[in-house]
Design a protein around this ligand. Structure first.
Ligand SMILES: Nc1ncnc2c1ncn2[C@@H]1O[C@H](COP(=O)(O)OP(=O)(O)O)[C@@H](O)[C@H]1O
Ligand SMILES: [Mg+2]
Length: 312
């Protein structure tokens, strides 16, 4: 279910709301009001809406000072209409009853080698102390287990159980490491049916399930994405990836993440966030088989924070 937003502002605010998966609400009661305080007519439109509905505002310096003087919570004021600036504020502002608590987060990509596994491993490390967590490697490479310092049993052991798979079965094949139950070892990928029933069953094993999923062009990638409350689509800003993004119907719950990029954009599209290229952090993480620090680590921290909010 997507949240309904009253959008009091211009086209840039509307575009950001679309990137964030908010449904524009022109009639009836919205779940959140997005208002551009720099625009007088937008302020008038927002003023007409019930003051009990949470607000996320965009403000310049002077409006921000005014809002602070009135005791308005500055943590829900962004300085631009960019989705990357508004996203965290919207996630935090939405009432819990509207955010169907995220149980399954699927990480997929416009193409391979885009940083899915590194992201899932780092989110898992960061979230493990806050939630009970299962991490599923649906790619068949076993790379997620490598990063999380364990070797989960191969998918082949589960293939006969596809239709009756339970959390108990998964508990047997999972490897526990760094506080995470890791499912899915090398050397073969699961069938689509097994991947789907595993993610379903993993939901009874843990509060949050992170899935390192095949790319969008693989039917398993899209199938898993369609079952998730939250989908992260990693993409480079290269012509091939842009063509792929144009060709697929991204699920509603998708947050586009610009990979190895300094700006939260992928071609013409606004992205939810950017993950910087950080060879030093990745090199250190690789040699110690541990979580990434540095600028990339901070970007992972922020995404983990948003997912924790989304999941609570
Ligand atoms: N932000 C980044 N900066 C530098 N190197 C990265 C970054 N993200 C991923 N890498 C490296 O790029 C390669 C592909 O990443 P990986 O997570 O395996 O991608 P995928 O799982 O999408 O195929 C790996 O060698 C990884 O260490
Ligand atoms: Mg991978």
């Amino acid at each position: 279910m997507s949240a309904r937003a009253a959008i009091c502002g211009g086209d840039d605010l509307r575009a950001a709301a679309a990137v964030l998966g908010l449904e524009p609400c022109d009639a009836g009661r919205p779940d959140v009001v997005l208002v551009d305080l720099r625009d007088a007519s937008a302020c008038a439109a927002a003023a007409a809406l019930d003051s009990a509905i949470p607000r996320v505002a965009v403000a310049g310096e002077s409006e921000r000072a005014l809002a602070a003087a009135l005791g308005y919570d500055a943590s829900s004021i962004a300085s631009t209409c960019e989705a990357a600036a508004l996203g965290p504020l919207v996630v935090a502002a939405l009432p819990r009853t509207v955010r169907s608590a995220t149980r399954v987060v699927v990480v997929t990509g416009a193409r391979g080698g885009v940083g899915r596994t590194l992201l899932v491993a780092n989110l898992a490390r960061r979230l493990a102390s806050r939630l009970s967590l299962a991490a599923v490697d649906a790619t068949g490479t076993g790379a997620l287990g490598w990063w999380l310092q364990c070797a989960p049993r191969t998918w082949a052991e589960l293939e006969g159980l596809t239709n009756e798979l339970t959390a108990e079965h998964l508990a047997v094949v999972a490897a526990e490491s760094v506080g995470v139950r890791v499912i899915g070892g090398a050397p073969v990928a699961p069938t689509r049916a097994l991947a789907e029933s595993t993610v379903r069953a993993a939901g009874s094993l843990a509060e949050l399930v992170l899935v390192d999923a095949p790319v969008l062009a693989d039917e398993r990638g899209l199938a898993l994405a369609s079952r998730a409350e939250r989908v992260l689509v990693l993409s480079y800003d290269d012509p091939l990836s842009l063509a792929t993004l144009d060709a697929v119907d991204l699920p509603n719950a998708a947050w586009l993440v610009a990979s190895q990029s300094r700006t939260a954009r992928v071609g013409e599209r606004a992205a939810f966030r950017a993950l910087p290229r950080d060879e030093t952090a990745v090199g250190a993480a690789l040699s110690g088989r541990r979580g990434a620090g540095g600028a990339l680590g901070r970007a992972y921290d922020e995404l983990a924070e948003l997912i924790a909010l989304d999941a609570s």
